[in-house]
Ligand binder design. Sequence first.
Ligand code: PEP
Ligand code: MG
Length: 324
Amino acid sequence: AQERYASIRDKPATTKCGKTISLHMNAGLMADLPSLEGSGAEGVGLFRTELQFLVRNQMPKRSELSALYAKVLDAAGGKRVVFRTLDIGSDKVLPYMKPNDEPNPALGWRAIRVGLDKPGVMRMQLQALLRAANGRPLTIMFPFVAQYEEYTAAKAEMQKAIERERILGHPLPEKLEIGAMLETPSLAFAPDKFYEEVDFLSIGGNDLKQFFFAADRENERVRRRYDTLNVSFLTFLGNIVKRCDASGTALSFCGEDAGRPVEAVCLAAMGMRTLSMRPASIGPVKNILRSIDLDGLRRVIEDAGLRGDQSVRPAVLDYLRKQS
Ligand code: PEP
Ligand code: MG
């Protein structure tokens, strides 16, 4: 299937109405990196660092992590890699950590909450990332931030790690970007200072959607019940885009929906300009983006909303059929 899209691999995802969408890939293991070249991705928009912790039977050492992250940066050859710090808990349980017995793990002690309450592992990881960068640009993203103060606390840990490296005489990244994932509805309503201070935001649509609809992403009975193209959800996403535009905050979307062509064009129509997805989705998503008029699609979405449609999907599919 990749061959089918080979002819557009090195072309930009520029729409009929002249907007260029930046396409990045999601990764988590060294084995994913060759796809960076093959898929035509501009960079790694989400590197899920927990996978390295999940495939082992004991906590990795800092030196092992830093060697691995250095290899990832080498393989990326200067393309941007967004390293997401450890996102454990909920559906991702480390085999060598005491499981905590929680009634609602998805709403429980996970991701940045663990990182801030027990900072040992997060500090080790931040240090490993700084060492791996060895003076090169570095991009770090904190998962599951639900309020401004969690971002500032995590950033303070990063500052401490930088200070330690400076004292030890290690080179510091020539450029450092520190962003957050927007995966809880609360962050959409965070104060302006959050949007101004954060270097970038990435919408984790998988989690954001589960919390928006209160529908467990792991529960087969409910996980497909609510459409991503539901008018309320798209309106919500549109409001996040507006806030980011107002504060000049770089925004991307890295949930699974970014890799589904129909969903991807709707996200672009709502104003998302950077999408990150599994490598195999880049060709199909680029292909549809290059054929679409986002202004026209935006009108279709808005009309569906005004009519009171539950989901814009039928209207969007109809529009896409007429375009082809
Ligand atoms: C998400 O929640 O959309 C996301 C990208 O992170 P994960 O799927 O790893 O929770
Ligand atoms: Mg998530």
